[in-house]
Design a binder for this molecule. Structure first.
Ligand SMILES: [Zn+2]
Length: 360
């Protein structure tokens, strides 16, 4: 049976292990030990993702990511009744360790109960928060699953991601010409002026219900008294509408072309790259039916919602795995106000056990 004390303790232990993106080694080792203890054969692919396998046909993948965002070091979880939060100086790391803890508790509980269950492959990825790089670089030759339940959604476990956007990133470098700002400014071309004009011309914020645009990085210039030679800035846009993604891509290119025409002595270089691709959940996919059926056995109705973010499921789907993303009981993710609701965490673990034992 799902055990609340064990689950909450394991969750708190997990968030106390620092694992910002690219520094997942400690948590990977901790999870490897626990999975070995549960009888899995655990392997790491060349990218460092943790893949735990067992014998049996048609395994179901249970997946969550190991990395967290910043500020995410020395997290001190505070259990206050039904709520777990940080001490207010860091995130909690419930994204995605609530998902990890729920999967581990479901496995512990299933082992304890000893009832027959569907074989599973547990996949804990790295670098989800920095562009799904763990899932994108996962060694799919080691994966024997056609279906996956990904524990990485906001809110209670019945919150199912119904659609996820395409995500494009772009980086721009503007190179002007340096000059002494006080002696001969007329000889210079200010990269900062050009970059700010470009940024001002680009779309910004929420564009419509399914599309957003953001410039989130900028750096440039070296000293106060020189016309700045170089500026780089970076941003991203996302939409659940393919046409909008294409149009925004064109708009970025056209904005650069206009600036190039106006400042022909400057150099403006842009790079656009798709980080992940949109999908819309098909309610008739067997894994979707499995999850919604199991939710019904728990007297929960599936709450299917579109999401503005991507998860490992976007990358896994590109590799032919039918995925469903469910809520993992955390809220206000990526902020210092992040909190996990204990009864929701219990429900997440329960659902996880039920998808392994659908006929019980
Ligand atoms: Zn996440």
């Amino acid at each position: 049976m799902i055990n609340q004390e064990r689950l909450v303790n394991a969750f708190c232990e997990l968030v106390k292990i620092d694992s910002p993106s690219d520094e997942e080694e400690d948590v990977a080792r901790h999870l490897t030990d626990r999975l070995v203890g549960l009888g899995f054969s655990v392997a790491r692919d060349t990218h460092g993702n943790v893949i735990a396998s067992e014998d049996g046909d048609n395994p179901l993948m249970l997946s969550a990511h190991m990395d967290t965002v910043e500020p995410g070091r020395s997290i001190k979880p505070q259990v206050d009744g039904d709520i777990i939060r940080s001490d207010g100086t860091t995130i909690l790391g419930g994204d995605c360790k609530a998902g990890v803890a729920a999967i581990m508790e479901a496995l512990e509980s299933a082992k304890e109960d000893g009832s027959p269950r569907r074989p599973v492959q547990v996949v804990f990825t790295r670098g989800e928060e920095i562009g799904l790089v763990g899932a994108a670089n996962l060694d799919y030759s080691m994966i024997h699953c056609k279906e996956a339940v990904v524990f990485d959604g906001n809110g209670p476990v019945n919150t199912i991601t119904g659609a996820s956007p395409t995500y494009m990133k772009f980086d721009v470098t503007v190179t002007g010409r340096g000059a002494h700002a006080g002696v001969e400014p007329e000889k210079g071309i200010s990269a900062i002026r050009i970059a700010s004009e470009i940024i001002n011309d680009l779309p910004n914020g929420r564009l419509d219900e399914e599309s957003t645009f953001n410039v989130g990085l900028i750096s440039g210039g070296t000293v106060r008294n020189a016309v700045p030679v170089e500026v780089t800035f970076g941003g991203e846009f996302r939409s659940r509408n393919t046409e909008t993604v294409d149009l925004l891509g064109l708009q970025v290119r056209e904005t650069m072309n206009r600036a190039r025409a106006k400042y022909h002595e400057a150099t403006i270089k842009e790079e656009l790259e798709m980080m992940f691709q949109m999908y819309t959940l098909d309610p008739n996919e067997p894994v979707v039916r499995l999850v919604t059926d199991m939710l019904k056995t728990m007297d929960m109705l599936p709450n299917i919602k579109p999401s503005g973010g991507g998860t490992d499921a976007n990358a896994m789907r590109l590799n032919g795995i039918d995925c469903i993303v469910v809520g993992m009981a955390t809220n206000e993710m990526h902020t210092v106000n992040e909190y996990v609701v204990v009864p929701d965490l219990m429900a997440t673990a329960r659902l996880c056990q039920r998808v392994m034992t659908p006929n019980q």
